[in-house]
Design a protein around this ligand. Structure first.
Ligand SMILES: Cc1ncc(C[n+]2csc(CCOP(=O)(O)OP(=O)(O)O)c2C)c(N)n1
Ligand SMILES: [Mg+2]
Length: 585
């Protein structure tokens, strides 16, 4: 039997306003906020949204901000929604949607579009509508490159089914989907089938074989380790992975992109592994010496392998992720749904008596005290509790904070793979609206803050208690370690004045770790408004985390093996990292 998706639809009986159907369906799957900026191509939908109870619009300061907010919301809630006007709105979010694609975030992009009859109009006398760049199809075509599926509504008879398909697909594949709704159909009465798109997955022989392979290899292993990757969070499989770890006595670490999937102080969780950027030398040693490494939901990216320093052999590895279930050599030929596979594996527990014991906890606290950034991060580490989600922007904020110990499930959020600047301040809004019980701790550089920091305005408007920590090192610090020049200098702003500009929040400025500690103590007590703390960092000072990964990347860029410290080829002769050996060969 094959693993086909069967879609069925039943005869239609009733009709409903399109917008009303769209927003009530979204609300029924748990979406309470839609992010975006109105424009005349989408105003009708914004009005319907306003009139629909239980779901509301969050209007950003700039569409790129809305995209990051919706991405963060999607990662936390399981579905995020962008609502945009055509052209100016659509093209403005493309970087954020690309980020969501790269980082496997279930983001539904809904854009208004030109009326149906205008879309492919060849009439030379028809005036071209504003915001339409080339053709009425251009925006949809562009989104094909950065989404998993593009759909346009063109008929009231099939509109409901397409809306349902767009929502289901986004939630199933955990990637962005683009849905375009022409202005002339936005308030159309659409036909609602009694039952739409039922999906059934048949059992598959490959699924059973894959479970058997994993079971046998785990049973034979004496020192297995699980690396839990980002997809474990997207598919919300943390409990299943915990169960695997505890019943089979297998220590669990996360990958770099999976950082924060678990409370990092939890029993059975041993921190983050990523070659040179591992949370401690002991974590690295434990993973690299394991006789079986179960990579579960882990993307194979340069950052995830610690810039090619992850020292794992192909024969050590078993892989289970959405596009590959198998070992380091062979993938099962049929696509097996990742979550179905994990659930089936867990349902067979325990496989046999496990003679193993979990290792004792390994050192994980922030281990470096070398630089000013290290000392700031060390102070921050003292303050992190089960309430905090660390939201890190690209730059030293991200690479430095990888070595923090977060104490909450889903306690770390960053664009660690796609690495877009400008993510963190808007993402803090998204993650807190998705989960009002969390308190975001935003780490952002001065450069990234200049891109989207004005979204602090919405943190104020939505009464967030986020703490925005802005590391001001006078420019693009991370770029300086690769190639420096005046292009890495940026204008010096008085960042604390943002609270005057937007009319709310509190601000502080500190210039030494001790002062940072007393300020954090004070800010802990501020519960009703966001705070921004500008932290002075000497130009050129970077954290040990950034130094380690930056150095490995620098070697790779120069064609030197990142694994060999003395610049001679390593034992593996340019096949040093598992990612190169296994996936890229
Ligand atoms: C949108 C975007 N533009 C450019 C870059 C390239 N880039 C990566 S890090 C960086 C500098 C970041 O500066 P800042 O936010 O101040 O953080 P720092 O490196 O100083 O810690 C730049 C320009 C990027 N990653 N994303
Ligand atoms: Mg900077």
């Amino acid at each position: 039997m094959t693993n086909t998706v069967i879609q069925e639809s039943m005869p239609t009986t009733k009709t409903q306003d399109l917008g009303n159907y769209l927003f009530t369906t979204l609300r029924d799957v748990g979406v309470q906020h839609c992010f975006g900026i109105p424009g005349d191509y989408v105003l009708t939908l914004f009005k319907t949204l306003e009139e629909t109870p239980g779901i509301q619009a969050v209007v950003g300061t700039h569409e790129p901000c809305s995209a990051f907010s919706a991405d963060a919301y999607a990662r936390s809630k399981g579905l995020g929604v962008l609502l945009l006007t055509y052209g100016v709105g659509g093209f403005n979010v493309m970087n954020g949607v690309a980020c969501a694609y790269a980082e496997s975030s279930p983001l539904l992009v809904i854009s208004g579009g030109p009326p149906v009859q205008d879309q492919n109009g060849q009439n030379p006398f028809a005036p071209q509508a504003h915001h339409v760049v080339k053709l009425g199809t251009s925006q949809l075509d562009a989104f094909e490159q950065i989404t998993d599926l593009t759909l346009r509504i063109d008929d009231p008879a099939t509109a409901a089914e397409r809306i349902r398909k767009a929502i289901d697909h986004t939630m199933r594949v955990k990637r962005p989907v683009y849905l375009e709704i022409p202005t002339d159909l936005m308030s159309a009465q659409i036909l609602i089938p009694e039952q739409i798109t039922q999906q059934a997955l048949r059992n598959s022989k490959s699924l059973d074989k894959a479970v058997e392979l994993f079971r046998n290899r785990i049973t034979d292993s004496r020192t297995p380790v699980i690396i839990a990757g980002v997809e474990v969070g997207r598919f919300k499989l943390q409990d299943q992975i915990r169960q695997l770890g505890s019943e089979l006595k297998i220590p669990i670490v996360t990958s770099v992109l999976g950082k924060g999937l678990f409370d990092e102080t939890e029993v059975g969780i041993y921190g983050m592994y990523g070659g040179i950027i591992s949370q401690s030398a002991e974590v690295r040693q434990m993973v690299e010496s394991a006789d079986l490494v179960l990579m579960i939901g882990m993307k194979i990216t340069d950052v995830n392998c610690g810039a090619f320093t992850a020292n794992l052999r192909q024969d050590q590895i078993l892989i289970a992720k959405s596009d590959w279930i198998g070992d380091g050599y062979l993938q099962f030929s049929e696509i097996i749904p990742f979550d179905q596979f994990i659930n089936k594996l867990v349902n067979h527990l325990p496989f046999a008596d496990q003679p193993r014991d979990l290792p004792v906890a390994v050192g994980m606290s922030y281990p470096y005290q070398n630089t000013q950034m290290d000392r700031y991060l060390d102070v921050l580490n003292e303050f992190l509790t089960a309430e905090h989600v660390v939201v890190a922007d690209t730059g030293d904020s991200c690479y430095g904070s990888l070595l923090l110990t977060t104490q909450r499930e889903n306690g770390y959020l960053a664009p660690t793979f796609y690495n877009s600047m400008g993510f963190a301040v808007p993402a803090a809004l998204g993650v807190q609206l998705a989960d009002p019980r969390c308190r975001p701790v935003v780490l952002v550089g001065d450069g990234a803050f200049q891109m989207t920091g004005v979204e602090f305005s919405n943190l104020v408007a939505w009464k967030s208690n986020a703490v925005v920590i802005l590391f001001n090192n006078n420019g693009f610090g991370m770029q300086r370690i690769f190639v420096d020049g005046t292009f890495n200098d940026i204008a010096r702003w008085d960042y604390t004045k943002i609270v005057e500009l937007v009319g709310g929040g509190q601000s502080r400025r500190v210039s030494a770790p001790e002062e940072f500690r007393s300020t954090l103590k004070e800010v802990e007590q501020i519960s009703d408004v966001p705070t921004i703390i500008e932290v002075d960092v000497e130009q050129g000072d970077i954290s040990t985390g950034l130094n380690l990964i930056g150095d490995a990347f620098l070697r790779e860029k120069r064609g030197i093996c990142p694994m060999s410290v003395d610049e001679t080829p390593c034992d593996y002769q340019n096949h040093c990292a598992f990612c190169r050996a296994v996936i890229w060969k």
